[in-house]
Design a protein around this ligand. Structure first.
Ligand code: SF4
Ligand code: SF4
Length: 271
């Protein structure tokens, strides 16, 4: 299967045409390099993604086993989140003066000393998981959580209870594919607009996003989310190093510019 690289990610060629409308819709907000439109880009993208996932479930005729109160998948799993998604969650926590803030900060600090395997084996619950196994940030949960649908909850339970065996679970493939395309589109739209397109571990990213200056600095192209990179984790380091030169405002590398192509404006790279 042929593929291409978008925002440091390997994307199957067939997915490129499918992600373009999403990429364009988000880019229209991100290109303003401001906090409010970036927030809107994410909230609107979530609404479109939920609709597409529901549609893919209806069309496939395959019913996911996921239901309220089932939360094996919220334990010991590294959730990757983009910077603007973390900022939306942080905004929610700050506006509600949420008591979860210290728990998120503590989880981020703990995870700085755990690599992904250690975290998996710990079975630690997500800091956003409530007492009744509900997601306390359900309407602003990240794309990674939205697209994670499985066909058999007992497989999820076995995987979490036997972490060292790394048991597979049967994913709802159509829903997962739709979610992956939205994730690629988000990364591509961020890269197009010279913003940080990397993803980070959820608690670590939200902990950074809670800083007073985080949203403004990110929107200005600053790499403030470097602070979310966990030094012990090889995957984090790989993501951190991937393609940074392409968007770093201080790198001196060629930056994308808007140019006119006939009637339409298109984003192109300087030679
Ligand atoms: S992915 Fe598994 S654990 Fe999570 S809600 Fe669905 S069935 Fe339950
Ligand atoms: S954000 Fe919500 S859905 Fe995602 S892992 Fe945490 S509790 Fe679960």
């Amino acid at each position: 299967m042929s593929s291409t690289i978008i925002a440091g990610k390997t994307v199957p060629i067939e997915a490129v045409a499918l992600l373009e409308p999403e990429r364009s819709a988000m880019r229209d907000h991100f290109c303003r390099h401001d906090v409010t439109p970036a927030h809107l880009a994410i909230v609107e993208a979530y609404a479109r993604l939920d609709e597409k996932i529901q549609d893919s479930i209806n069309r496939s005729g395959l019913l996911p086993a996921c239901r309220a109160g089932c939360a094996w998948c919220c334990h010991g799993v590294k959730i990757n989140v983009s910077a603007p998604e973390a900022l939306v969650i942080a905004e929610r926590l700050k506006s509600a003066k949420n008591e979860l803030v210290p728990a998120v900060q503590a989880a981020a600090e703990r995870r700085r000393h755990m690599n992904t395997d250690q975290y998996f084996v710990s079975g630690e619950p997500c800091p956003f998981l409530g007492a009744s196994n509900e997601c306390t940030i359900y309407d602003v949960r990240p794309m990674a959580c939205r697209r994670h649908c499985c066909l058999d909850a007992s497989e999820c339970e076995r995987a979490v209870k036997n972490p060292k065996l790394k048991l597979p679970v049967s994913q709802h493939a159509p829903a997962n594919a739709v979610g992956a395309i939205s994730g690629f589109a988000l990364a591509a739209a961020l890269e197009d607009t010279n913003l940080d397109f990397r993803t980070f571990e959820l608690a670590s990213a939200v902990s950074v996003a809670l800083r007073d200056d985080a949203a403004k600095r990110w929107a200005a192209g600053d790499r403030i989310f470097d602070l979310a990179i966990r030094p012990v984790d090889a995957e984090d380091r790989r993501i951190a190093e991937a393609d940074l030169e392409r968007y770093s405002p201080n790198s001196g590398s060629p930056k994308p510019v808007w140019k006119s192509h006939g009637k339409k404006k298109r984003l192109v790279r300087r030679p």
